[in-house]
Write a protein that binds this ligand. Sequence first.
Ligand code: GTR
Length: 353
Amino acid sequence: MKKLLQSRNIPDFFARCADLASWEEYKEELKELFLTEEYGHLPKKLTPSIKAEEQGVNFAGKARWESVFFTFENNGKAHTVRAELILPKNKTKIPVFLYISFSGDVPNKYLPMEEILDNGFGVMTFDYQNVTSDDGDYSNGLYGLFSDNGQRCEFGKISLWSYMASICMDYLESRDEVDSDCVAVAGHSRLGKTAILTSILDNRFALTCSNESGCCGAAISRGKTDKNETIEDITRVFPWWFSEKYLKYVSNEDALPFDQHLLLAMVAPRPLMIGGAIEDVWADNEGQLLACKLASYAWSLYDKVGFVDSGSDTSIDGNVCFHIREGSHFMSRYDWNVYMKKFKQILGDKYEI
Ligand code: GTR
């Protein structure tokens, strides 16, 4: 552990956690720290009115597809977010991926819907930009419901995309044919960052799949090379993703009161999956793997195994899984198959196709 910490000059934040009780206490402090310093606090939870509409398309008769419309009202304004729920037909207790998507289309280039269905899983998904746009406009979508005349709120947009993921989880809990104890939250890149934040704030998710989330996701922030994305890079291009307070760590990573492995640690004791791609150097694969190894300490406090090195490019035997595939920044069928393999392993005897 010491060597791993030294490799990136990371303080031993776990030093104060000799046992589970001290970790649980620290975890609450950490949650607050990450929200205050990095992502911003999620706004108050609104209760949306919900309308569901059956869709005709049904994947060769294998699935039922419903569009679900969540209408939120606040401050005299209203906004509707549309989500899609696709469930294998004639099945009960369906395990589901809640996939936070770059698109409202199903399938789309990152979402091989039919393959997922054929593996026995359902999918709930929404287009993140239908929640609020991915830019510095704070007046639209759900963000606009909380903002005063388009002014920035304390929270960044990653927090709001997480907020919507939890709303979808509420809906999944209301559906009899869904096994709400078996819902995974999944996302790629900025939405992989969102998936981790969602999971630490909402422990109803049984599995967390964060694909190539990199900087401010699964990768350690300290000790980057000039080929990796830094806090300076990310906040210059995407300042709206984060709390404004995060700017004080630009070129000042050593001042961070945490590093990203502690974000991962808060997923414990539930299983966590981190995916990387060899050519995705920007995301810092070494930093993601290092975070997996360091975070594993939290699982050990629950008497669970964290990261288990398989000696290959796919390590999914422990509760902290890491895989790296050939190629570039993408959420591919290969990645989905790794996530589904683990999900089946977790389901054990419950898994049926
Ligand atoms: C990049 C960003 C990364 C990653 C990615 C994405 O440009 O710098 O942190 O989130 O976008 O979301 O596709």
